[in-house]
Design a binder for this molecule. Structure first.
Ligand code: SAM
Ligand code: SF4
Length: 444
């Protein structure tokens, strides 16, 4: 019998990517194989993001495209899940506008996928199952990871911070930490399978363990550092209000912890930070950056920045540019504020006009990119440690990998056996977003 095939299309953050890997694992465990394009698939699942309106519009467009396919192949199962589905009214809207969608489910019930598929076979209209409340953490789900070298490991779910622009606390529920033994066992298993790099995931990893006894994020980092076989440990995301000196010291003292901290600032204006409910000032953020650099001089610091938050004046925006000049980020995700229904900021009356938001966004990108280019230029002639990850997507004669600081490096080699190895690479040509180098030697 020919196996049925699945295709999962993922929008949004690493959390969603990891959820998709779990769904792929679940589908494999019930006999599905992966498809490379929509036409081959017997089940197509869209894992959606609700953080900005743009992501939602893309999902709607893509759902529209599936209509013809469903007409040609009536047995095709179409599923949609993820953060968008946790928003009030969204499942009903999708059912009404796209009646050919078979399953709608939320972020808290992906483990129920096999039952939901079974239900579709018996139902004559869309199966909807969106749990509003987060339940117990489900451990032991099968997982089909995209890479053999790098793995995401969720250490905590949800968020308690309620930044006034953000939908995540409503779509992912309250903070819940996984037990350290479950995390450690998962990583030991990954090490046995040959994985070299682990990224610990959570919306606010620094509050890991607050709901457990005698546990903290710094403690967890030190425990993960002891696992043989793993070469590199990364984590994301850190909230500046919770990043403590003991975490900074763990990075300094643990050899596997990479010198890279993603530290979303969102704005450089204390007035706007206050309206965003971020719970730190511009000065406190800059002090934290100084403390990090005092302990880890070569650290790379990256960030997220929003422009055009309601009430942001030109002066507020200039504060953001000033902060960017002071911190000199290695990279930054820049966003135009997007109104999210159900969040406090969506109701604020002082929304910034679209043209001003775009103008500020372009100015910000100019400054951010100039600094990235200047920082990358300092890598010229340096020899860096690279974990070789894959053949370059744009040039088959090159291999790619990352430095410990997270910079993407390309170098010439057609030796596929080097994938998964740590190497010394001399940077010959730093560019805006990648560093071109020459392989010096394989470390191990
Ligand atoms: N938990 C992480 C944190 O606190 O930094 C990030 C979560 S969120 C998925 C990723 C980024 O999306 C945020 O850091 C923020 O910059 C951006 N973001 C969230 N809501 C947004 C909105 N309504 N408009 C524009 N950008 C938004
Ligand atoms: Fe959203 Fe703020 Fe939580 Fe990050 S910390 S997920 S930005 S509410």
């Amino acid at each position: 019998m020919v196996a049925k095939k699945y295709l999962i299309e993922t929008w949004g953050c690493q959390m969603n990517e990891e959820d998709s890997e779990k769904m792929a694992g679940i589908l494999k465990s019930i006999g599905y194989e992966s498809a490379t394009k929509r036409e081959e698939a017997d089940i197509i699942i869209f894992n959606t993001c609700a953080v900005r309106e743009n992501a939602e519009l893309k999902v709607f467009g893509n759902l529209g495209h599936l209509k013809t396919l469903k007409m040609q192949k009536p047995d095709l199962i179409i599923g949609i899940c993820g953060c968008m589905m946790q928003q009030k009214g969204m499942p009903e809207e999708i059912k009404k506008k796209y009646p050919y969608v078979d399953i709608i489910f939320g972020t808290h019930n992906i483990h129920r996928l096999p039952e939901l598929i079974n239900n579709v076979k018996q139902a004559n209209s869309t199966v909807i199952e969106v749990w509003e409340q987060e339940g117990e953490i489900v451990e032991g789900l099968p997982i089909e990871r995209k890479s053999d070298i790098k793995a995401f490991v969720t250490i905590m779910h949800g968020c308690n911070n309620f930044c006034t622009y953000c939908i995540v606390p409503y779509t992912r529920g309250r903070e819940r930490s996984r037990k350290p033994e479950d995390i450690i066992n998962e990583i030991k298993d990954l090490a046995k399978k040959g994985y070299k790099e682990i990224t610990l995931l959570g919306q606010n990893v620094n509050s890991y363990g607050k709901d457990l006894e005698n546990m903290s994020f710094a403690k967890l980092l030190r425990m993960v550092n002891e696992i043989d076989g793993i070469e590199r440990i990364r984590f994301t995301t850190s909230h500046p209000k919770d990043l403590t000196e003991d975490v900074i010291l763990a990075i300094k003292e643990c050899d596997k912890l990479c010198e890279h901290i993603h530290l979303p600032v969102q704005s450089g204006s204390t007035r706007i930070l206050n309206k965003m409910n971020r719970k730190y000032t511009k000065e406190q953020y800059l002090d934290l950056v100084n403390l990090i650099r005092k302990h880890i001089p070569d650290v790379a610091i990256t960030t997220d920045i929003i422009v055009g938050f309601p009430g942001e004046t030109e002066e507020d925006f200039l504060e953001t540019l000033d902060l960017v000049e002071k911190v000199r980020y290695d990279s930054a995700f820049t966003f135009i504020y997007s109104k999210r229904k159900g969040t406090p900021a969506a109701e604020y009356e002082d929304q910034v006009p679209e043209d001003i938001k775009h103008e500020r966004f372009n100015k910000l990108i100019e400054v951010v990119n100039r600094i990235i280019e200047e920082k990358n230029a300092t890598y010229k002639d340096k020899v860096v440690e690279v974990l070789i990850e894959e053949v370059s997507k744009t040039d088959e004669t090159k291999l790619t990998g990352r430095t410990r600081t997270g910079k993407l490096v390309h170098f010439s080699s057609d030796n596929m056996n080097l994938i998964g190895k740590l190497a010394k690479v001399k940077i010959t040509e730093p560019r805006n977003f990648i560093l071109i180098g020459e392989l010096q030697e394989i470390i191990r």
